[in-house]
Design a protein around this ligand. Sequence first.
Ligand code: TRP
Length: 333
Amino acid sequence: MKTVLTGITTTGTPHLGNYVGAIKPAINSSRRGDVKPYFFLADFHALIKSQDPQAVQQSTREIAATWLALGLDTDNAVFYRQSDIPEIPELTWLLTCQAAKGLMNRAHAYKAAVQANEESGEDPDYAITMGLFSYPVLMAADILMFNAHEVPVGKDQIQHVEMARDIAARFNHHYGEHFVLPEAKVDDHVAVLQGLDGRKMSKSYGNTIPLFLPEKQLKKHINKIKTNLLEPGEPKDPDTATVFQIWRAFATQEQTDTMRKEFENGIAWGEAKKQLFELVNDELKDARERYNELLENPGYIEEELKKGAEKAREYSTPFLQKLREAVGIRPLG
Ligand code: TRP
């Protein structure tokens, strides 16, 4: 059976864009019987971006609670925390010794950091940690540890999956065929949601609508979505409107067609936002209640993650043993 694996860096609070673009499709795939899904909280990755221990823990708790509240099937999917799998950092080292430095030099995130330094007249290495530089190796270990065939990711992560492939091929060439060569899967049908200001919804733009806001706040946020000055009764272009774009991500085809007509008939922005709030709120309200219960009960979340780690290690422990053997880390007797 095909192994499908993806990780979520534990920084920040999940927002509607994460939900529509990644969480919802992943949870739906967890209920399919024809793939073996691995989903994990990439908390080692979080340390690259955040040095605030409280924030890392809080985000881990919120992201885990989000996935569980939305109905992730943890009997079928293996749901775990990266840092609970000691084989991952160990594999990271084995791969580090196969990864070409020149390959890492080409990683987008690292190159962007160097470029920003050069533009501001700093030393090119200013504030760049080895964590950032070798981030793609850690990600390769995440993927190769479970011999994932497919890695569903956003466009920005394709390069990293390709690097994992490269590193795997090199390891295989040197030590024998141990790793499946993984492939990035970018789902073009999944919506990339716009945020409050019309740009891509992203934490780095500060334009997000957090997923499980209390109802009143959700309404407030939706009311803040940028529109234009067209009056009620004036036709509006649905295809350039963030309100419509978010509507479409939550609505059925029929509801989408109806809203498109409403736009052509000049629905008032206030009315469109009111309907959008109701649609989004209806989809999320039960999960929001479970989410809040889960946050009150972190012991339960912890148990779920421990259960996931146990399942994951049934694979990773013997596999790493084999890899150690392969590279010559062996008992002497
Ligand atoms: N780097 C990914 C991101 O920021 C998260 C991630 C870590 C990941 N390890 C992974 C994704 C392995 C897929 C597979 O989005």
